[in-house]
Design a protein around this ligand. Sequence first.
Ligand SMILES: *Cc1c(COP(=O)(O)O)cnc(C)c1O
Length: 393
Amino acid sequence: MTADATSLRNAGSGRWAWAEIDLDAVAHNVGVIRRTAAPAEVWAVVKADAYGHGAVPVARTVLAAGASGLCVALVQEAVELRAAGIEAPVLVLSEQPPDTLVDAVRHGVITTVASLAGIDALAAAGAHDHPVQLKVDTGMRRMGCRPDEVLTLVREIERRPSVRLDGVFTHLAVADEIAHPVTAEQLDRFDAVLDDLRAAGIDPGRVHAANSAGALAHPRARHHLVRAGVALYGIEPGPGVSHLCAELRPALTLHARVSFVKRVAAGDRISYGLRHAFAHDTVVATVPIGYADGVPRRLFETRGEVIVGGRRCPIVGVVTMDQLMVDVGPDADVAVGDPVVLLGGGSAGDVATEPTAPVRAEEWAERLGTIGYEIVCGISRRVARHHVGGPVG
Ligand SMILES: *Cc1c(COP(=O)(O)O)cnc(C)c1O
């Protein structure tokens, strides 16, 4: 389908700004990660509404593409999946407020524990033989029990009829910096924990340590399963592993239509603060998307570009809450309603035209001093998500 046909169909969202999610790209990425991590399973991390891609359609897609389970950050995210009829195993990745655990128990959501209080809270929530996974902090220092607490906590889990041990896991802090020595130290500490458990005759259940970068770059981290998040969406975990991400395809593209066109003269100034002055006469297109939609205000001063008429054009003037402006060039043949691509797009070029590189979330991230994760998670609810492709039926 051409970009324009897509845009026309999606103009029905009532706004000239929307995101398109290519579920076939998500399925393809699951295949890439499965082949890389095999024989480890892939558990798809669909927290934060699948990093802004839509948790339910993404969950259905990844499961059809061979993911074995799903991971979320919040019990309410797990409940959303169950409410959509998704019955696959779901793991909540950290200890949660006690009053959310009734829902976790009711919906058979695998719960993370990292303390005695966390284990006891499940009994209080009415759990019986409820699957829990123990989170061990091997160096990330975010949440998890100390390695020297593991044996005691596992024994407490074994003593209680409310819970049963389903797995033991940890989380890597620097997996995307391939040569960083701390990953090996974390994996050594984790292996020592597992050795202690096995020496005590305890089956740790599902053992896992790898996020996307761990799955791609650190074979030792793969264990029984990998928790793949950002790579599912075709975004690299960090520049240090981009060479391992060549086969991944970005799933999200961000679209809009030109809402206003005008000529400006050399010396004219534009947008709040009048911080951009035009050096030449040119044509300016207004695009009805802004920072309330997740297009960061600082994308102007960091020289962000959008694609209009197949060409990259600079954003001129600060991005406002609902609109931004682009310099489409003095000779541009641009009209109200023309398609604009903010993320994605690009073209191979031909005899007449230069190739245009797609705009990637990683490019925004580099300009803004952040990571691709924050870019896609930042696309707000005001932007409708249109899903294309994916499992049939
Ligand atoms: C978010 C998260 C992941 C997924 O990380 P990616 O880098 O997106 O693959 C895995 N494990 C835990 C504990 C997480 O919080």
